[in-house]
Design a binder for this molecule. Structure first.
Ligand code: EPS
Length: 395
């Protein structure tokens, strides 16, 4: 991200998680209740494990904010792991624990998790040293930072929402949703399904997977509404906003594919069906469809930015998977470490946060400013110029 930078730190069962967000302008008034709600939204969802009953995630602000307003200095956030007390002293960063090596040491790498690749890379004796950081718990820190990005974007009128489009095989043929459909997603429903008529079937499938010791993935769609045209650029590969968004959304734990707009169906048909006609209505640019998902040439075109993330099933299965025991080098079944059956609704909230961070970064890149007042003034001037285009371009 050229303007913002987010670094997170912390292990799943360590004392807590830190997020440090730099490049954020001064003068944004915070809404603590909104930040809290975002953290709770990430914890919600049918199919989560016992951990979410232990944690009550909250982002404590440790820097970069004074009396409820950002200062322009690094925003420092701290999310406590309540579960840490159950893992002390084994997960203590400072205490030396006798026989630490034998305490819940992990030596059967789980297929699909970072265990084997991370163990090979970092040369650790205990795969817990890998899995503690690879755990999706880290995403709590991203959602905390993402709430700041969402609050910034809200000042420009940009809103972001998500919903579960499919779970396992249920809903795989659902069409790409639009903003109006996402507005109807019931935040309190078990799986935040976009099509509520699929919800009961989805819940039953989660129950079945749980009974069988298995896990599930699926697809979540995120839409950013009222995005100003002109974010990102066509001029250089790494400035294209579709690529920047795809990278950020792909980094959400277990996401293995990212689709912009209706890319999958577009790729299977003719160009005449894929592209969105250009119309001029009442002095405004109008597109009767949005197959492009709000991005053309790597630049936002004013339509809603639509991104679908495809998440593989969680890689910790109660029934285990074939693997090799690192102590004996013999084939065994992977050991079970408490986990979720599915975390799809949470993935939607994390993906929203990543989209918010990338869009906030692109907004700051285009409109600039060290304070919200400067940013909003530059934004208003730029939008006025765009409204008059092409006349404003002269001859
Ligand atoms: C998570 C916390 C973790 C997991 C989950 C996400 O808690 P624990 O490992 O203590 O049960 O529930 O992580 C994974 C599914 C994973 O594969 O890493 C959280 O806070 O989101």
């Amino acid at each position: 991200m050229p303007r913002l930078n987010l670094t997170t730190g912390g292990e799943s069962h360590g004392p807590g998680l830190t997020a440090i967000l730099t490049g954020f302008p001064a003068g944004l008034r915070l809404d603590p209740e909104f930040i809290r709600t975002e953290m709770r939204r990430r914890q919600h969802g049918y199919g989560r494990g016992q951990r979410m009953k232990i944690e009550v995630d909250d982002a404590q602000i440790r820097g970069g904010v004074r009396n409820g307003e950002t200062l322009g200095s690094p925003i420092v956030l701290w999310v406590v792991n309540r579960d840490y007390k159950n893992w002390e002293p084994m997960m203590s960063p400072v205490e030396t624990v006798p026989h630490r090596a034998e305490q819940r040491r992990v030596h059967t790498p789980r297929p699909g998790h970072a265990d084997l690749a991370g163990g090979l890379k970092y040369g650790r004796h205990d795969l817990r040293d890998i899995l503690e950081r690879a755990s999706a718990r880290e995403s709590a820190a991203r959602v905390a930072a993402g709430a700041f990005a969402k609050l910034l974007l809200a000042q420009l009128g940009v809103e972001i929402k998500s919903g579960v489009r499919s779970l396992g095989p249920i809903g795989v043929d659902s069409p790409v949703p639009d903003w109006a459909q996402l507005q109807t997603v019931d935040e309190e429903s078990p799986l935040r399904a976009i099509n509520p008529s699929l919800e009961a079937e989805m819940v039953a499938l989660v129950d079945r997977a749980k009974e069988e010791g298995d896990t599930l993935g699926g697809a979540v769609t995120v839409i950013a509404h009222n995005v100003p045209p002109g974010l990102g650029s066509h001029v250089q590969w790494n400035e294209k906003l579709d690529g920047r968004l795809a990278r950020a959304v792909m980094s959400v734990p277990a996401v293995k594919a990212v689709e912009i707009g209706a890319a999958l169906s577009a790729a299977a048909g003719f160009g005449s069906a894929a592209h969105d006609p250009i119309e001029r209505k009442d002095g405004e640019w109008h597109r009767p469809s949005n197959h492009a998902g709000g991005l053309e040439g790597g630049i936002t075109n004013g339509a809603d930015v639509v991104i679908t993330a495809y998440k593989k099933p969680i890689s910790t299965l109660r029934k285990g998977m074939p693997t090799v025991d690192l102590d004996t080098m013999e084939p065994v079944t992977s050991r079970y470490e408490r986990s979720d059956v599915t975390a799809l609704p949470a993935a939607g909230v994390i993906a929203e946060s990543m989209v918010a961070l990338v869009l906030a970064d692109a907004v700051l890149e285009k409109f600039g400013g060290d304070s919200m007042a400067q940013l909003l003034a530059h934004f208003a001037a730029s939008m006025a110029q765009q409204r008059d285009w092409p006349a404003s371009a002269g001859k």
